[in-house]
Design a binder for this molecule. Structure first.
Ligand SMILES: [Zn+2]
Length: 65
């Protein structure tokens, strides 16, 4: 399953934050996703979207010397 951005044609998405207005879409098994290339917001199938990476959290890399 590959979703194509309707704005820029990219297929590089990440999970978007859920808003109140998304609940109806979620009932239809559609999850909000955000295009990494142009930042536009759209919806993808829930099962596909949940495999996407979420916003990358910065980790403090502390190496034990
Ligand atoms: Zn895009």
């Amino acid at each position: 399953m590959t979703l194509i951005c309707h704005e820029c044609g990219s297929n590089d998405f990440r999970l978007a934050h859920i808003r109140k207005t998304d609940y109806f879409k979620l009932l239809l098994l559609q999850h909000p996703v955000r295009c990494r290339a142009c930042k536009s917001r759209t919806y993808g199938p829930l099962r596909w979207a949940l495999k996407l990476p979420q916003r990358v959290q910065k980790r403090s890399v502390s190496k034990i010397v």
